[in-house]
Design a protein around this ligand. Structure first.
Ligand code: HXC
Length: 275
């Protein structure tokens, strides 16, 4: 699945905005998180991308096109010690962390009766425990004041969806964890926020949730902005949250979803409402 490389010309931010900053992006070897990592590198940051597979992590870092600014490490976010080790290695390579993104996610589409306890636990482990592990372990490694921690959440946190019991439970937990950490760590000058992406083009998540052209068309018809988003658009939100422009923003959930969370914006929904 090829992700469009973010085009810096589209960015509202100045090209050296993140120069001298270090970012750790868990789940940064593909999809939206790789898009975030790419934008961070373009804006001057040193970036460590972390994924389960060491070779894929190395390849993802190499794809960022700036060897002195990018490093790929392997860790499963379900394993606290592995996450801690990766964080330590990141700091040894690039210095204290200014930005930590927790974006690793797992998902499959199944009704509750179609998933075992282990299936439910697997998604909760990756999404919710993974975010706990990444943020909890990063605390000793972040530069403060000024650190920005960002969880990549999902609309499932707010809206119950059939076939998504595990992701709904896990992502609701992620949003609450973000809010509590914002309260507990704010006094140290650490800000903690979440981004809720909507449907983003060319991602594994959308391939799983809308696997056919018909399913894609139905989704687009219901979206306020009538199109899927790009990874670069989520990346711009991550840059904003990590910049001085967001210095008084903490505990927020920033929706970058084309209006997806507002509900059905199709003309059919409108006429149904009038009739
Ligand atoms: C029912 C399933 C299943 C399915 C897996 N399981 N797929 N159950 N229907 N389609 C069950 C297995 O049977 C097993 O239970 C348990 O889940 C663990 O599966 P494993 O394959 O052993 O786990 P693992 O190798 O760790 O894989 C984790 C995974 C997999 C989440 C199941 O899909 C994965 O690796 N995904 C990573 C990539 C990914 O999902 N990307 C999309 C993220 S997008 P038993 O009982 O048999 O042992 C995303 C954003 C979308 O998350 C917005 C929503 C949040």
């Amino acid at each position: 699945m090829s992700l469009n490389v973010p085009d810096l010309a589209e960015s509202a931010f100045r090209p050296d905005l993140l120069k001298g900053r270090t970012a750790f992006v868990a789940g940064g070897t593909s999809g939206i998180n790789l898009g975030i990592a790419a934008r961070f590198v373009q804006l001057g940051a040193r970036v460590v991308v972390v994924g389960r597979d060491a070779e894929k992590a190395r390849a993802a870092a190499a794809s960022l096109g700036a060897p002195e600014q990018a490093l790929g490490l392997s860790a499963d976010v379900r394993n606290y010690e592995a996450v801690h080790t990766a964080l330590r290695q990141a700091v040894e390579a690039f210095g204290p962390l200014d930005i930590v993104v927790s974006g690793a996610a797992g998902n499959f589409v199944a009704p509750v009766l179609g998933m075992s306890a282990n299936g439910f636990r697997t998604v909760v482990d990756i999404d919710l425990m993974g975010t706990f592990n990444v943020f909890r372990a990063s605390h000793e490694f972040v530069r403060r004041p000024g650190a920005s921690l960002i969880a990549i959440s999902a609309g499932q946190a707010d809206h119950p969806k059939t076939l998504q019991a595990h992701a709904c439970a896990a992502k609701a937990g992620v949003n609450q964890l973000v809010r509590v950490l914002a309260m507990e760590w704010g006094r140290e000058g650490i800000r903690v926020n979440a981004i809720t992406p909507g449907p983003i083009a060319n991602t594994e998540g959308m391939a799983r949730l809308a696997p056919t052209p018909e399913a894609n068309a139905r989704r687009i018809e219901r979206l306020a902005l009538r199109r899927y988003g790009e990874a670069s658009e989520v990346a711009e939100c991550a840059v904003f949250l990590s910049s001085a422009s967001a210095s008084y923003v903490t505990g927020a959930v920033l929706y970058c979803d084309g209006g997806s969370g507002l509900g059905d914006a199709s003309d059919r929904a409108l006429s149904d409402g009038i009739a």
